[in-house]
Design a protein around this ligand. Sequence first.
Ligand code: PLP
Length: 355
Amino acid sequence: MQKHNFSAGPSILPREAIEATAQAVLNFNNSGLSVMEVSHRGKDFDAVMIEARSLVKELLSVPDGYSVLFLGGGASLQFCMVPFNLLEKKAAYLNTGTWASKAIKEAKAFGEVVEVASSKDANFSYIPKNYTVPEDVDYFHITTNNTIFGTELHDDPRVKSILVADMSSDIFSRPVDVARYGVIYAGAQKNLSCAGVTLVIVRDDILGKVSRHIPSMLNYKVHIENDSMYNTPPCLPVFTALQTLKWIKSNGGVAGMQQRNEKKAAVLYGEIERNKLFKGTAAVEDRSLMNVCFVMNDEYRDLEKDFLEFAQSKGMVGIKGHRSVGGFRASIYNAMPQESVQALVNAMKEFETKH
Ligand SMILES: *Cc1c(COP(=O)(O)O)cnc(C)c1O
């Protein structure tokens, strides 16, 4: 049976990226060697790193003065690397969910943290709007897509301070005005590659301003000066990232991704609204195009387990909701085809007629 992979992360990747990776694992560039067993400093892998970096710049129209890094440690390491490099006295954070809360927790070890707003009071079901960012902060941190709660910032905020964004679960899903950001980071395993690499885009002139000593591996400058090869980079995840970037480019770039994503999300949210059994959990204007969270309507609560089993029997994978929201979560990242979304919608319709 065909599987429809709605997993939240690690998650679906373009078939082409997986096949190209499988091929390179067996025989990289017809070298007779695996991409896993060649030097990261050899010319074949060096070309992968260079092309990946340049495609990131091309796809997101990264302006001059920014560096693109591929680092280890996951997005979670960035929760501490960002304040390590940028927080001298005070930083501001917008608390929109579990990941934002974790970022806040780490920053508190480095200086004063101002939580400018939080939607915790409503289980992070919306994005706070009317907040002010103090002018004297070293940076302001946001999470553009809240993977667990299914909310998303649909525009790049305009603020006076340096803007830092965790874009782990919506990077490359829409055009981004990179010039508004000081740092953008994203763990790869949602929209870019397999787990093991983190993309960081950083504006060079914001670095070197804190007074503390920064250990080499946590220092953006060290990684910039060494072209992400200060130590051995996660070679295979970088290779897969390059294949995904090529796939994005040949499918209309990030604008093309946005069109596809809007269409997919509209179909699924439309069905959630129409179907008497289900309701969405996120505020309509803040609904994520990547992670669609929904639950059974109150009078059908006892059908939750049945629907999960029914959906699984139709090939749906990974739609069980995160424990902090319950119900269901369908992650419909870039690589998710329209047909899989339609298959889920069909299952929802069929389940409705049975009840
Ligand atoms: C998954 C996720 C993370 C954590 O990523 P790791 O690579 O596991 O550290 C952080 N932020 C967001 C928004 C995520 O979706």
